[in-house]
Design a protein around this ligand. Structure first.
Ligand SMILES: Nc1ncnc2c1ncn2[C@@H]1O[C@H](COP(=O)(O)OP(=O)(O)OP(=O)(O)O)[C@@H](O)[C@H]1O
Ligand SMILES: [Mg+2]
Length: 371
């Protein structure tokens, strides 16, 4: 049993098969996948991260790395195809996507679906090295983390965020003109309503994942450190408070030609004991915090959905000492399906269900792994 999980959970979700055609450096891949921990091994630039990115695409229908979807198409090809068979709720969902220069098409069980409708049929969580930016990067990295996570699980958040972005752009454009306060008023109303919704969902979420975050982090560090998460607001939480602030800052906002308070400016303070992790963490601490945050998402979603998302771990760097890496095996024990990509098998000193060797965009070896 993992630190936060229940290995006897009756419902499960896992990706039982993945097919890739002309996807990044995979010309043609079709592979069945077991439950449990699957290790993807291979040298640099062979396709391990691409493989994980493709699995993650089945959940979010976008890549955290690509500038645009067309980057996912093999250079020189016209169209990429991804197909995943996802076992969930006692049945199989078939998720497909075709990506071309013109855009992407998504199907679930052979029926066309909007991306928003197909999202969440398969739920994956990806940890990658770039996640350190959530800890030490600009506030926008932490807002993006919240926005991505909350959009995936709460359609209400996704809708509010999309409306908010439109209102913000419109309000900013108006602030650059000689617009009267009266004309600005309806935009302020919308802005305040949507801001209040986003802020309260974000605050609630942080409060909800905090215990998972602390538990996982404590397991990884053997209780040596206690981390905290706090939402840092630039304005109030209620519509009235936000409207008051908009009045108070109106002059300054007109001078700068942009909205100065609201969820587009908020941040998350991540602390270890009393120290701001952004400025005081060591490399290993940053990695540990970022990984703990993704694992907290995993256990939080398990609690929310009643089943584990698929966990994807891309290249956990050797900045993490062996003791902490060993712990990962214990923490992930009850999780339904986990993929770990690595150049060094020995970095993960625990038993895995299968080892898949990847070489130049192909699977060259696929065997049960015993360490
Ligand atoms: N659209 C594309 N078409 C063809 N090849 C691509 C495309 N996108 C990426 N690649 C190539 O895929 C290769 C494998 O990349 P990937 O990031 O998966 O490697 P990796 O196995 O994770 O390596 P590392 O251990 O260095 O992280 C890279 O060499 C890259 O140039
Ligand atoms: Mg990689």
């Amino acid at each position: 049993m993992g630190v936060c999980g229940n290995a006897d959970a009756p419902i499960l979700m896992f990706i039982r098969r993945i097919t890739l055609r002309h996807y990044r450096n995979f010309q043609n891949l079709d592979i069945e996948l077991p439950k449990g921990i699957i290790l993807l091994k291979g040298g640099n630039a062979q396709g391990k991260s691409n493989f994980l990115e493709a699995l993650h695409f089945l959940s979010s229908f976008k890549s955290p790395k690509a500038k645009e979807d067309a980057d996912l198409i093999t250079k020189g090809s016209k169209r990429a195809y991804i197909r995943g068979e996802v076992a969930r709720e006692g049945r199989i969902f078939v998720i497909e996507s075709y990506i071309s220069e013109e855009g992407k098409i998504v199907k679930v069980d052979y029926k066309f679906r909007k991306v928003g409708e197909a999202m969440g049929k398969c739920v994956t969580i990806l940890y990658r090295d770039e996640d350190k930016e959530i800890i030490i990067g600009e506030p926008s990295a932490r807002r993006d983390f919240l926005d991505e996570e909350l959009s995936l699980i709460f359609p209400r958040y996704r809708d509010a965020l999309s409306s908010f972005r439109k209102v913000l752009a419109q309000r900013n454009a108006l602030l650059k003109t000689e617009v009267s306060s009266q004309e600005l008023e309806p935009w302020n109303q919308e802005f305040a309503q949507l801001s209040s919704q986003l802020i309260s969902i974000r605050e609630r979420f942080l409060a909800d994942i905090l215990p998972y975050f602390q538990r996982v982090h404590s397991a990884l560090t053997e209780g040596e450190e206690k981390p905290y998460l706090e939402y840092v607001r630039t304005t109030g939480e209620s519509v009235e408070e936000i409207l008051d602030d908009l009045k108070r800052y109106e002059e300054e906002e007109r001078e700068k030609g942009m909205s100065l308070v609201g969820p587009q400016r908020d941040d998350v303070l991540i602390r270890i004991d009393s120290m701001d992790a952004r400025y005081f963490s060591s490399l290993g601490q940053v990695r540990t915090l970022a990984l703990s945050l993704r694992l907290a998402q995993l256990f939080y979603l398990k609690n929310l959905l009643g089943e584990y998302p698929v966990f994807l771990l891309d290249d956990l760097s050797s900045d993490l000492e062996e003791r902490r890496r060993r712990k990962i095996g214990e923490i992930l024990k009850g999780v339904e399906q986990v993929f770990i990509a690595t150049t060094q098998r020995e970095l993960f000193p625990f038993r895995v269900e299968r080892e898949i060797a990847i070489y130049k965009g192909s699977v060259i070896e696929n065997r049960r792994g015993n360490y």
